[in-house]
Write a protein that binds this ligand. Structure first.
Ligand code: M6R
Length: 594
C-alpha cells in the first residue's frame, strides 16, 4: 500500500527521501513522486509518474542538494494509475504540497460543499485535502489551516504538507494510518514504516491518532486533536538494517523461507528463561478466564489462526472461533459473556482488523495482538501484545511471519493450557528438522517445473493438513498466478472433482496417522481421473512412491514442517513463470484499506 517519507535537516533530502521510498517498495505501489526544495530557485519542485522508484530517480538526475523534501509511493484506490493521480498533489496556487496515505471517505461531500469553484487535477480523494488547506490559509496561519482541514476529514490519513511560503517547515498529521518520526543530530525524518527511518534516526516515536506535528530544524511541536500542545515519547532506534537486506539470495522470499529455522530459535530464546516459558501473566489470565476465544485475522494470518484453533482445542480444551476480519467487522457473531480476542497480524496495520477493533471495544473484553511490528497500530490499540520476532518480512508473500505465528500460538496455547511436555525441546527439534529439510531445497525446483504446467492446481489434506493446504494454495496463487485451491481432502468428491482433467496437479499433505489412508484414497480418486498427484508426507507415514518426505516432528508442530515444501513450490513455480516474486501484481504488503 502507499508509503510516505519526509525529511528536514542538514543532510541531502533527495538522497534520504529516495532511499526511504526504495525501502518502502516492498509494500506494493504503482506510482511514485517527490517534492524537494530547490535551494537555487527558492521553491519546491515536484516530480512524479507512474512506475517504479528507479524511474522516479531517473527524473531527478539533475536535481542537487536539498534540505527538505517529501516522497510517496501510491497504490491506487481512487482513480487510475497515471501521473495526475500520483502524489504529491498541489493546491491551485501551488503554495501547498501534500502526500497522503489512507482514504478520505467523505471526499465527495467535501468537494461539493467547499470546493465547487476549484478545478481538480486528479481523481484522487487526496486532492481535496490540499485545496481545503489553501482555502483555510486565506485567513489563518498554515498550521491552523491544516488543523481546520483535519477536522473535516472522515477516514484515514497520514499526511505530509509543505508550504512554499515556509520552506523550512514540514507538517505531518495522522489518523488511523501509521506515521512515525525519527530524529538525529542531522535532522528529522517522517515515514509510514520503520524500515524507512532506518539509519537516519537515533530515536523515534510513532505519532498518535489525531495529532499534528510541526517540524522545524530547531523545534518540534506536537498538537493534539484540540490544537493543544502535546508531547511525544521517543525510544531508541533498534532496527537492524542488515535483516532487511537480501544478502546472497535472488529474492527476499527465498531468503525469508530459509530464515525460518532461525526464527523458531529466536522465538525460543525470547520466550524462554532457561527452561521456563515466560508469557505475560495478564495474557494467560485473560485467556484462561474467558469462556471463548475469537481469533481474528486476514489472509495468511487467518490460515495461521485456523491452526491456532486446533492448538487451543488440544492444549486448553477451550472453544475457539476463527473469523475472517473483514467479515467479523460488519457481521460479528453473537458473543458469549466473557469472550477474549486474539488478533493475528504480521504488519499490525491491516484495516479490516482495525475495523474489528472498533466493534470489540464496545464489548469491553480483552484483546491480544500477535504481531511482527511492535510499534504497529494494532499492537498499540490492544490490551496486550505478543511479538512474532520474525524480523522484517519484505516479500509480499508471507512465509517466516506465518511460521512465527504458528510457533507463538503454540507457546501461548501451551501457557494457557495445563498439559505438560517438553515444549522447548520439541521446538529445538523442529528447528533442526526444518534446517535439515531446507538444506535440500533446490530439489523442489524440478518438481515445480514439471508438475505445475496447468492453469489450475489443488492442495488437499484433512485436519491440520487442510489448514496448511489453504495456505499452500494461497501462496501459489499470489506469486505464480496459477489458480489454486486448498480443499478438505474428503470434500473434493462432492463437486470440485469435476474440475480434474488430464495432468491437473493435486498436492496431498499427509501428516496425521489417523487419517493418512483416507487422504491417500482421495488422492487415488483424482489420480484415476487423470490428475498428476504429488504426495507430501511425514517420514513415518510415507510410502515408497511419495514425492516429498519430511522429518517427523511433534504432532502439534507438524504444520510448521509441512508448509515448507509448499512455500518452495510456490517460489519455483513463480520463478519459472517469470513472475515478480517479491512484489506480485495487485498485492500490497500491508493492506491498510478496507
Ligand atoms: O499483515 P497481516 O498479517 O494482517 O496481513 C494479512 C494479509 O493481508 C496477508 O497475510 C496476505 O494474505 C499475504 N499477502 C499473504 O502472503
Amino acid at each position: 500500500m502507499c508509503g510516505i517519507v519526509g525529511y528536514l535537516g542538514d543532510s541531502n533530502a533527495k538522497d534520504i527521501v529516495l532511499e526511504g521510498l526504495h525501502k518502502l517498495e516492498y509494500r506494493g505501489y504503482d506510482s511514485a513522486g517527490i517534492s524537494l526544495y530547490n535551494l537555487e530557485a527558492g521553491v519546491f519542485d515536484m516530480f512524479k509518474d507512474k512506475g517504479r522508484v528507479d524511474h522516479l530517480a531517473s527524473l531527478l538526475q539533475d536535481v542537487h542538494g536539498s534540505t527538505v523534501g517529501i516522497g510517496h509511493t501510491r497504490w491506487a484506490t481512487h482513480g487510475k494509475v497515471n501521473r495526475a493521480n500520483a502524489h504529491p498533489h498541489l493546491s491551485s496556487s501551488k503554495r501547498f504540497i501534500v502526500v497522503h496515505n489512507g482514504v478520505i471517505e467523505n471526499y465527495r461531500m467535501l468537494k461539493r460543499d467547499f470546493l465547487s469553484h476549484v478545478r481538480l487535477e486528479s481523481e484522487t480523494d487526496t486532492e481535496v485535502i490540499v485545496h481545503l488547506i489553501e482555502m483555510f490559509a486565506q485567513t489563518m496561519e498554515a498550521p491552523e489551516a491544516i488543523h481546520e482541514t483535519l477536522k473535516l476529514l472522515e477516514g484515514s490519513y497520514a499526511l505530509l504538507v509543505l508550504d512554499q511560503q515556509r520552506p523550512n517547515r514540514l507538517i505531518a498529521a495522522k489518523n488511523k494510518s501509521p506515521l512515525l518520526i525519527g530524529r538525529s543530530d542531522r535532522g528529522y525524518i517522517v515515514a509510514s514504516d520503520l524500515m524507512a527511518l532506518g539509519k537516519h534516526s537515533a530515536d523515534y516515536a510513532p505519532l498518535e491518532d489525531y495529532t499534528m506535528t510541526v517540524i522545524e530544524r530547531d523545534k518540534l511541536a506536537i498538537y493534539n486533536r484540540d490544537y493543544i500542545e502535546a508531547t511525544l515519547a521517543f525510544e531508541p532506534m533498534d532496527f537492524d538494517e542488515d535483516s532487511a537486506e537480501r544478502g546472497p539470495y535472488p529474492h527476499f522470499m527465498l531468503k525469508e523461507i530459509m530464515e525460518q529455522p532461525l526464527v523458531v530459535r529466536k522465538i525460543l530464546s525470547h520466550y524462554f528463561d532457561e527452561e521456563t516459558l515466560v508469557i505475560n501473566e495478564a495474557i494467560v489470565h485473560d485467556l484462561r478466564e474467558s469462556d471463548r476465544i475469537h481469533i481474528l485475522a486476514a489472509g495468511t494470518s487467518m490460515h495461521a489462526g485456523l491452526i491456532g484453533k486446533h492448538l487451543f482445542k488440544i492444549l486448553t480444551g477451550k472453544p475457539v472461533e476463527v473469523h475472517i476480519a473483514s467479515e467479523f467487522a460488519y457481521n460479528p457473531p453473537a458473543l458469549s459473556d466473557k469472550p477474549a480476542f486474539l488478533m493475528i497480524s504480521q504488519s499490525g496495520e491491516t484495516a479490516d482488523l482495525r475495523a474489528c477493533m472498533s466493534h470489540i471495544r464496545e464489548v469491553n473484553q480483552p484483546v491480544v495482538t500477535l504481531t511482527n511490528v511492535r510499534t504497529s497500530t494494532l499492537a498499540r490499540e490492544a490490551d496486550h501484545k505478543m511479538e512474532l520476532l520474525a524480523g522484517p518480512e519484505i516479500a509480499v508473500a508471507s512465509t517466516k511471519a506465518y511460521t512465527a505465528q504458528l510457533v507463538v500460538l503454540t507457546l501461548l496455547a501451551y501457557a494457557v493450557g495445563k498439559q505438560r511436555f517438553n515444549i522447548k525441546q520439541e521446538l529445538s527439534t523442529l528447528a533442526h528438522a526444518m534446517e535439515t529439510y531446507l538444506a535440500k531445497y533446490e530439489r523442489i525446483d524440478t518438481l515445480a517445473k514439471t508438475v505445475l504446467t496447468k492453469p489450475n492446481a489443488f492442495y488437499i489434506g484433512r485436519g491440520l493438513d487442510y489448514a496448511v493446504a489453504l495456505e499452500a494454495a494461497l501462496k501459489l496463487k499470489e506469486i505464480s498466478y496459477i489458480h489454486a485451491e486448498g480443499f478438505a481432502a474428503g470434500e473434493l468428491k462432492h463437486g470440485t472433482i469435476a474440475l480434474i482433467e488430464e495432468n491437473t496437479p493435486v498436492f496431498g499433505i499427509i501428516s496425521d496417522k489417523r487419517i493418512a489412508l483416507n487422504t491417500r484414497s482421495n488422492l487415488d480418486e483424482v489420480k484415476s481421473r487423470g490428475a498428476r498427484t504429488v504426495i507430501i508426507a511425514l517420514e513415518s507415514l510415507s510410502e515408497e512412491e511419495d514425492d516429498i518426505v519430511l522429518p517427523d516432528v511433534h504432532p502439534l508442530l507438524v504444520p510448521v514442517m509441512t508448509v515448507l515444501p509448499t512455500q518452495l513450490i510456490a517460489y519455483y513455480a513463480a520463478l519459472h513463470r517469470g513472475c515478480d516474486i517479491d512484489k506480485p501484481r495487485n498485492l500490497a504488503k500491508s493492506v491498510t484499506v478496507e
